[in-house]
Design a protein around this ligand. Structure first.
Ligand code: C2E
Ligand code: MG
Ligand code: MG
Ligand code: MG
Length: 281
């Protein structure tokens, strides 16, 4: 009997796996023409100055609305785009579109764009950036590129060269999701990041767990000593925000302050004389 139910479970998992593989295959096929069909769009989530509440930057977050599958999360479709290599082309579109939209914003607001590891090490990244800045008229200082730390381990030499090339264009770089994956403090001295983004798992855990409070505080102090700015991401509650106010954290981002919004909504918000998070005032 036990054996039978074990086999039942195995079939169940096999079926689940098959469905996942099948869906990935479908998405990969559909993604081929998605750019031409204008199925991608960008949402923007503000990043606020913790002390004054002003919007410093907006992070561009990619969305794909497929006619067959509806709106799909980047967490699902980006790995598929990376496998097929389409990520380079899609990522180029993201950089161009983000620069184009940001060029309509007040000049003291920057735009942050996420980079895939494959894109970071692709040969034409510098050209893509230069061309997007030239076409949009956006100043290089107003573009920031975010990379997650897991990316860096894969090929340290190539990653370092790519980041240095980006910095030479006067485009700043942010280490995203710091503290997850295979984080190593040596990254902070090895790679030329101007900003460090503390992963939301620490921010959210700090509400209940004193150990996470200690980690967040220590990371912020360390970053400051190394001359880096810090952003805390994923703030969902007043308590998490209050916790961060006791630190020297520079900037904050999260659903509690503002959700990702359309380009037209963020445009309206930024056109306000002094856009600031109500909760930070
Ligand atoms: P990320 O760069 O760490 O972006 C933050 C993610 O957390 C976004 O999810 C955002 O909507 C979400 N978020 C923001 N505030 C909160 C909060 O208070 N609570 C919670 N639970 N979540 C919050 P999203 O848009 O689904 O993006 C997921 C990931 O997909 C991003 O993580 C990034 O790694 C990747 N991604 C998004 N856009 C792009 C892109 O254009 N290119 C590449 N290569 N990756 C992208
Ligand atoms: Mg990011
Ligand atoms: Mg992040
Ligand atoms: Mg993340």
């Amino acid at each position: 009997r036990a054996k039978d139910s074990g086999r039942g479970m195995l079939c169940f998992y096999e079926r689940l796996m098959d469905e996942k593989v099948e869906r990935s295959r479908e998405l990969a096929a559909e993604m081929e023409g998605a750019l031409e069909r204008s199925e991608f769009s960008l949402m923007f989530q503000p990043i606020f100055d913790l002390a004054g509440g002003r919007i410093l930057s907006c992070e561009a977050l990619l969305r794909w609305t497929s006619p067959d599958h509806g709106t799909i999360s980047p967490a699902e479709f980006i790995p598929i785009a990376e496998d097929s290599g389409l990520i380079v082309e899609i990522g180029r579109w993201v950089i161009r579109e983000a620069c184009r939209i940001a060029s309509t914003w007040p000049t003291d607001v920057t735009v942050a764009v996420n980079l895939s590891p494959i894109q970071l090490r692709s040969a034409n990244l510098a050209m893509t950036i230069v061309s997007a800045l030239a076409t949009s008229g956006l100043a290089a200082e107003r573009l920031e590129l975010e990379v997650t730390e897991s990316v860096l381990l894969e090929d340290i030499t190539a990653s370092l060269a790519a980041l240095e090339a980006i910095n030479r264009l006067h485009v700043r770089t942010t280490l995203d999701d710091f503290g997850t994956g295979y984080s190593s403090l040596s990254y902070l001295t090895k790679f030329p990041f101007q900003t460090l983004k503390i992963d939301r798992s620490f921010v959210q855990d700090s509400e209940r767990n004193p150990a996470s409070v200690a980690i967040v505080q220590t990371v912020i102090e360390l970053a400051a000593k190394l001359g880096m700015r810090t952003i805390a991401e994923g703030i969902e509650t007043q308590a998490q925000l209050d916790q961060l106010r006791r630190t020297r954290c520079d900037a904050v981002q999260g659903f509690f302050l503002a959700r990702p919004m359309s380009a037209s909504m963020i445009g309206t918000m930024l056109a306000d004389a002094a856009p600031a998070a109500v909760k930070l005032r």
